[in-house]
Design a protein. Structure first.
Length: 511
């Protein structure tokens, strides 16, 4: 774009016959078939007719006829206007008028400017000498070997060395297409600034914004006001988007949304940074990640900061750091750290992790869940594993060094407890609770039905005691806690729950 715009400025300056104070006095009449001198309205007028030729500072003007007012430094040329600068620049038109008192030059009618690099076509161009500006208010097209620029209005400010194109601006090349309301180009800084609704199409991408700029020297761009980018199944939205073409680095500010339809995820936040053409990203400030599969329940995760990495164009790992809370209709949880490995579909929770499913709460030092589609397949609780299930006003409890569970239709179906397995269980019959059973053994197996513990099997040196039921006091296994306040009941509660978790307001509600 830069070369074409600079050439246009040079052409229009020549078209104005350079606009110097001695413009008319230094015009050399080199040819005319007929020269007539006369007085008109008290002014001396020279009329040149037939094969008219002028020379002015190395530029030649050809016309069918011309009128020359030397005293007021004005010139009008008619018919087959041609301005020739060396053997490279040619300007054609129907009429050329230079008004000395108003310091204004106008080229009219089928204006055609060309050199070996580019060509401009329009119907009228005006040069305002006092303002040092070139203006056109007719539809114009600039074309070179690489691109075409079209607009219905345009202006070149020679003092500031910048161009303005308005009203239906179109820039087109084999690689991209730009449609905008207004474009301002600074030739000195090589920065293009766009105003109004703007679309950029190219390289399998569509960009939209309502204000933005592009630094051609540094290959840096920034878009704002409803800015969005779509490319290869990915959408990026934000109040402001910034991108460095050389490094592939970018950032988004305020109401940022990233949607990857191929990876079935959506990330939102108020600050995001991307690296290496979005092969790595992180999002913070109200960050929220949604993982979805068609026909499956979505999982929504919030954290202080969310990270993502890709390899060979495919999502490999997602991470959440600090005050992680997630929600799925059948499963909720919180922790200080989470990661999701796409290759083996395993989610990891560390840092005081808690899981809730139905009326059950599970805790451990680390929790691993294997996903199937976007649902749960199995889970693993490592070190100080504890499961608590609310039963009316009571809490059935199971603990051990580690636990392994399997899901059936996204509901916990069976759970094994290994090493130092202990339980507090309240058996019942049709008349109600019959007692309190305290068991310990090396391995336990629990079977669930209708989301409740149906059967408990103790394997390996079982020891147990059945106590008569007493509502109070209730014994607790080591590490018992109950956190209903931390559990999000829907997506809207994620940030409220996270704030509660972050403030340290969790409490042991069961003691």
């Amino acid at each position: 774009m830069k070369n074409s715009l600079l050439a246009l400025a040079f052409w229009l300056t020549i078209a104005a016959l350079s606009g110097q104070s001695d413009t008319i006095k230094t015009i050399d009449i080199q040819n005319a078939d007929l020269l007539i001198g006369e007085q008109r309205n008290g002014e001396a007028l020279q009329r040149l007719i037939g094969r008219v030729k002028f020379e002015h500072r190395g530029a030649f003007l050809f016309a069918d006829s011309a009128w020359l007012w030397s005293e007021r430094q004005s010139l009008t040329a008619f018919g087959h206007i041609k301005i020739q600068q060396g053997d490279t620049l040619t300007i054609l038109g129907d009429t050329l008028h230079y008004d000395g008192p108003e310091s204004k030059a106008t080229l009219l009618g089928r204006v055609d400017m060309s050199d070996p690099q580019m060509r401009l076509k329009t119907n009228k161009i005006t040069y305002l000498r006092n303002q040092n500006k070139v203006v056109y208010k007719q539809e114009a097209k600039i074309k070179n070997g690489k691109e075409t620029i079209e607009s219905k209005e345009g202006q070149y400010d020679a003092s500031g060395h910048y161009f303005t194109f308005r009203n239906g601006v179109v820039i087109q090349s084999k690689d991209y297409l730009v449609r905008s309301d207004t474009l301002k180009y600074d030739a000195q800084s090589d920065i293009s600034t766009f105003y109004g609704p703007t679309h950029i199409y190219g390289n399998n991408a569509v960009i939209y914004f309502e204000y933005g700029w592009y630094n051609q020297k540094q290959e840096v761009a920034q878009f704002s006001q409803n800015a969005s980018v779509f490319s290869d199944g990915k959408w990026l939205f934000g109040d402001t988007l910034y991108y460095e073409q050389k490094t592939g680095y970018g950032w988004g500010k305020s109401r940022v949304v990233l949607i990857d339809s191929t990876e079935h995820l959506r990330v939102t936040g108020n600050w995001a940074e991307t690296f290496e053409e979005m092969s790595r990203f992180y999002v913070t400030d109200s960050a929220l990640l949604s993982i979805y599969e068609p026909g499956q329940d979505s999982m929504h995760i919030t954290a202080d900061t969310l990270f993502g990495t890709k390899k060979n164009g495919e999502q490999q790992e997602l991470q959440g750091h600090g005050n992680v809370v997630f929600f799925q209709p059948q499963l909720q949880g919180r922790s200080m750290f989470f990661s999701y490995q796409k290759q083996d579909s395993i989610m990891t929770l560390r840092g005081d992790p808690v899981l809730w499913t139905d009326s059950t709460q599970m805790t451990a030092e680390q929790i691993f869940m294997k996903q199937h589609g976007n649902g749960q397949d199995s889970l693993f609780l490592e070190n100080r594993a504890l499961m608590v299930q609310q039963y009316d006003t009571l809490f059935q409890q199971i603990s051990g060094k580690r636990m392994e569970g399997i899901f059936l239709e996204n509901t916990l179906h069976r759970l094994w407890v290994y090493e130092q397995a202990k339980s507090i269980y309240f058996p019942s019959d049709k008349d109600g609770i019959t007692g309190r059973n305290e068991l310990s053994c090396s391995t336990m197996r629990m079977d669930f039905s209708n989301k409740n513990l149906e059967k408990l099997t103790c394997l390996g040196s079982p020891q147990g005691t059945l106590f008569p039921f007493k509502p109070e006091p209730q014994p607790r296994l080591n590490g018992f806690n109950w956190w209903p306040e931390d559990r999000p009941l829907n997506v809207k509660q994620l940030f409220k729950t996270r704030k509660h978790f972050h403030s340290g307001n969790t409490q042991d509600s069961g003691k």
